[in-house]
Ligand binder design. Structure first.
Ligand code: ZN
Length: 184
């Protein structure tokens, strides 16, 4: 697996010194499928790591002529870790549109989000509330966070619905927080 991590300052050298196009926030509405998928994953993030800021989509312009732009799941400050969610293969330079299959989109975004959160904040995420083990994305009849604990493992929740898998106390706290946020 190749890892590329963008940092605005590399050993004190401004990124612009490399004369490469800089990553930018993806235009709202430009990637509706990825945006919807990221919304679901951000719900899980807020439910389980309330202090963590929501993730964003960053677009890395082509670094060389003929290469495609690449979409990443990043922290709000623009840093990310891991592979692009789109396109997966940079040898495809045909300006590929979004994949149509929502499950594929969701699985890719959840994987990328997990990598960015874990590598940038140095913690395992998400964690099974019962076995305290790190969850992994798995696609079966739905895209789910899967726990390897227990007898043969189990589904913790569908991606986007992790809040529902939390113990009752935390779930009630979340509802209270959400109500407080909605108040003007
Ligand atoms: Zn578990």
């Amino acid at each position: 697996m190749s890892h590329f991590s963008y940092r605005p300052l590399l050993h004190g050298t401004p990124a612009s010194a490399f004369h490469t196009p800089e990553p930018r926030r993806a235009e709202p509405g430009a990637w509706p499928g990825f945006e919807k998928a990221l919304e679901a994953v951000n719900r899980d993030l807020t439910a389980t790591l309330p202090e963590h800021p929501p993730l964003v989509l960053m677009l890395l312009p082509a670094q060389e002529t003929g290469e495609p732009e690449q979409l990443y799941v990043a922290l709000p400050d623009g840093r990310w870790q891991g592979n692009a969610v789109h396109p997966e293969d940079t040898t495809d330079n045909s300006g590929v549109p979004e994949p149509i299959d929502p499950a594929r989109l969701l699985a890719r975004v959840a994987d990328a989000a997990q990598e960015t959160v874990m590598e940038m904040s140095w913690q395992v995420w998400p964690v099974c509330p019962y076995h305290k083990l790190g969850l992994h994305v798995r696609t079966a009849e739905a895209v789910v966070w899967w726990c390897g604990g227990g007898d043969g493992g189990h589904k913790a929740a569908e991606v986007g619905r992790l809040a529902g898998s939390l113990p009752g106390k935390r779930r009630r706290e979340l509802r209270r927080e959400e109500r407080a946020r909605r108040k003007p």
